[in-house]
Design a protein around this ligand. Structure first.
Ligand SMILES: [Zn+2]
Length: 502
């Protein structure tokens, strides 16, 4: 053009990659042929040709870099390319070109397909072209983010549901996993008693078939994460903020808060291994003073240099009014005793079979008895939904005014919620006992195996489940404490099994 003088030297840059975006772009040979013709027509002095076969989506093209270096060195002050997108498709490289324009190292950019003028407006346009594909990607990401924010505002968790919940794709929301939620709930309760380690919780979950996505036992850190996830009380974290969720909580706030307290206490830096809580810590109470029984790892060195390792359990002796003299007990001995206690509460195979059969029959009977009532409720809910739709139609057709619409809608929604709750409660009542029962049969059946095998953590978890906090250690003997107050004996179903053994 008229502002180009013979003193202007141009580099010719041609680029084509195998990227999808470059599919429509001409071949390098075509680009060069067209650019040569263009240079001749515009009377441009081309001093060198640069050919590149790389994507311009990310910075770091060697030939492009080399070309810019030589521009900076003053070997040329103009660039000729088929289109601006040949030069850059990312903001870093685009920024470099614009910088060179700003400081005068580049005086002219020429494209046969695009009009560019070295003015603020021209540079602004160029920036847009350079950033075009990036802008497209960014705006996509931005739209996704905006969509997620909307979800969050509506109380919908925009991500993968944690264990105990399922992402229901049909209704696009998070629902309670009926099978696993009660187990998670129990895990919280277990930890809230403040005598389980994170490992014990992992064992507990494994015993109930809850593993990591890779099918392995869930690691400590992960357990800690699960136990501190506010999702379980109906809230959720998103972008560093806590939001109120629409999903149903599975853990009570009280239990959750207790768990947080314990996590905080125990989360303090670990001592040396020898002081780490041993497997049976927190399972038993002292028969004399009622304090907890703790474990300790000890090394004994003999005069001949031999070393022996023991784990002892003994009273914490924290009771200030009683001077406790209970002796300590070796882990092996305690293990044996706990195993035999567990055996006593195990379910014989033939009993388990019989119970399962009864369970199936019971399930059938209750299902028939209340099905009609549930169905009626469901029909009413469907009716309400139809009414809601009609109401909305009426409002949109402007047959109904806004006030009436809002009022009616609120009424209908409230009625619907009540019906839903009633239906849920009824269903819960009618089948609610089946799953826990089935779960219990499975556990009781599994006890001999746990008792036989060497995993102390599994034994502790099982013992906790059956005996709660009713195990006492007195005179080196573990026993179930005599009924003296509330909830002092094993749960009724376990007691029944034990009695049957007798
Ligand atoms: Zn004691």
């Amino acid at each position: 053009m008229n502002n180009i003088t013979p003193s202007q030297k141009f580099f010719l840059y041609a680029r084509k990659s195998t990227d999808v975006e470059d599919k429509q772009v001409r071949s390098i040979e075509d680009q060069i042929a067209e650019l040569r013709a263009f240079a001749k027509q515009e009377n441009l002095n081309v001093v060198e040709i640069f050919i590149e076969k790389q994507s311009a989506k990310i910075p770091g093209r060697p030939i492009f870099n080399d070309m810019l270096k030589r521009v900076e060195a003053g070997e040329a002050n103009g660039i000729l390319a088929w289109h601006a997108d040949r030069l850059a498709r990312n903001s870093v490289d685009g920024g470099r070109i614009i910088y060179l324009l700003d400081c005068g190292r580049i005086q002219s950019l020429k494209f046969p397909t695009l009009w560019f003028e070295n003015t603020p407006q021209g540079k602004f346009m160029l920036n847009i072209v350079f950033g075009q594909s990036k802008y497209y990607i960014d705006s996509l990401a931005e739209n996704t983010k905006r969509g997620l924010r909307q979800k969050v505002k509506r109380g919908e968790y925009p991500s993968l549901a944690p264990i105990g919940y399922i992402n229901d794709k049909r209704i696009k929301s998070v629902v309670v996993d009926k099978k696993r939620a009660p187990i998670i709930q129990k895990a919280f309760e277990l930890y809230a008693q403040n005598n389980s380690r994170l490992e014990d919780i992992s064992t507990f979950l494994a015993q109930h078939d809850i593993f990591s996505s890779g099918g392995k036992r869930i690691k400590r850190d992960r357990i800690s994460f699960i136990l501190s996830n506010p999702f379980y009380v109906g809230l959720f974290r998103y972008a560093g903020e806590i939001h109120e969720g629409k999903h149903q909580p599975v853990v009570s706030k009280k239990i959750f808060d207790k768990v947080q307290e314990i996590l905080k206490q125990r989360g303090r830096p670990h001592h040396k291994t020898k002081n780490e809580p041993q497997a049976f810590c927190g399972l038993l109470h002292c028969g004399t003073c009622g304090m907890g029984i703790t474990g300790e790892y000890k090394v004994k060195r003999q005069k001949n240099g031999n070393e022996h390792y023991y784990t002892y359990y003994h009273c914490t002796r924290k009771n200030k009014t009683i001077k406790c003299k209970e002796p300590c007990i070796r882990q092996e001995s305690l293990d044996q005793q706990i195993s035999s206690l567990l055996q006593k509460f195990s379910l014989r195979e033939d009993w388990a079979e019989g119970l399962t059969k009864k369970l199936e029959n019971g399930k059938l009977e209750t299902a028939q008895s209340s099905a009609a009532f549930v169905q009626e409720n469901r029909n009413r809910i469907v009716d309400i939904q139809i009414k809601l739709q009609r109401l909305l139609d009426g409002y949109l057709e402007q047959d109904i005014d806004k006030e009436v619409y809002r009022e009616e809608k609120a009424k209908l929604l409230s009625e619907k919620k009540s019906l839903e709750e009633k239906t849920n409660n009824l269903e819960q009542k009618r089948t609610g006992w089946i799953e826990p029962m089935r779960e219990w049969i499975k556990e009781a059946r599994n006890l001999p195996k746990i008792a036989r095998e060497g995993n102390l953590s599994s034994k502790k978890v099982a013992a906790k489940e059956i005996f709660g906090s009713n195990l006492v250690l007195a005179n080196r003997e573990a026993r179930i404490s005599a009924p003296s107050g509330l909830d002092s004996s094993p749960k009724i179903q376990w007691a029944a099994v034990s009695a049957a053994h007798g």
